[in-house]
Design a protein around this ligand. Structure first.
Ligand code: IPE
Ligand code: IPE
Ligand code: MG
Length: 240
């Protein structure tokens, strides 16, 4: 997370940013295929962009960011592609480890990461442990994450505790995202207009933004454009 100078679009109001932004980073494969490249180079470019966008979210002063990195359904892909995705994530965590601490940024994970390959599990444990006392920013990596799995995990925890859950807030405390506010803004790149099992419980009142841009090409400018759109939304939460 190297420091960068940022240009702010004059229409963006820095006092009304979302608290928690969540991004479904889609379109790595198509980005690569369009260029005649193997899909795994799309994941590499996607990971480079992840770094850029994390930095920008951090510089804007947004405190919480969740990135959908690997879904419980992505195991259906060819092994070579899955390995490629895990490799770029592991490299990123290993290379950027100390920068997170320097910037007071905490890394947490949503999803059962213990099912990932050992070297990646170790890298994740290392960065989570190293950054556990950081306070300024929280990066939540959704990896081997599925919204339905997460809800089932919560239900099973409630059953084990042997008492009914009284309200939604209480149930939220049983989920991976227990220490995060619900995402107020969810962006999905690549033109697909679906949720694909992402944060099903938490998205109850999220604002959605869809763009045709493939994830590796989604720039800081595009992010600011999306945030300007977020600021135009009238959020009612069921009231008038
Ligand atoms: C998103 O890009 C990254 C992951 C799902 C891991 P895709 O790999 O889904 O790219 P497309 O949708 O095939 O273009
Ligand atoms: C969602 O993208 C998962 C991630 C971005 C990690 P997919 O590419 O897996 O979603 P579908 O298959 O198009 O619904
Ligand atoms: Mg996709």
């Amino acid at each position: 997370m190297a420091s960068t100078k940022i240009k702010i679009n004059k229409h963006l109001d820095l006092s009304r940013l979302p608290k928690h932004i969540a991004i479904i980073m889609d379109g790595n494969g198509r980005w690569a295929t369009r260029r005649g490249l193997p899909r795994n180079l799309g994941h590499k470019a996607g990971c480079e962009n992840l770094k850029r966008i994390i930095q920008h979210i951090y510089d804007l002063g947004i405190k919480y960011a969740t990135f959908f990195t690997f879904s419980t359904e992505n195991w259906k892909r060819p092994k070579e592609e899955i390995d490629g995705i895990f490799n770029v994530v592991r490299q990123y965590l290993d290379d950027d480890g100390s920068q997170f601490v320097e910037r007071d940024a905490k890394v947490i994970v949503s999803g059962d990461f213990t099912k990932l390959p050992n070297d990646l599990v170790e890298s994740i444990k290392r960065i989570v442990d190293k950054t556990k006392n950081c306070k300024k920013f929280v990066l939540n990596l959704a990896i081997n994450y599925g919204g339905r799995d997460e809800i089932l995990m919560g239900v099973n925890k409630a059953i084990s505790a042997g008492k009914p859950i009284d309200n939604a807030e209480e149930f939220s405390k049983l989920l991976y995202s227990k220490d995060l506010p619900d995402p107020d803004f969810i962006i999905r790149t690549s033109g697909e207009m679906r949720v694909s099992n992402f944060m099903l419980w938490q998205l109850a009142y999220s604002e959605f933004y869809f763009t045709n841009t493939y994830w590796p090409a989604f720039s800081e400018k595009d992010l600011q454009k999306a945030l300007i759109e977020f600021q135009k939304r009238k959020r009612r939460f069921g009231s008038l």
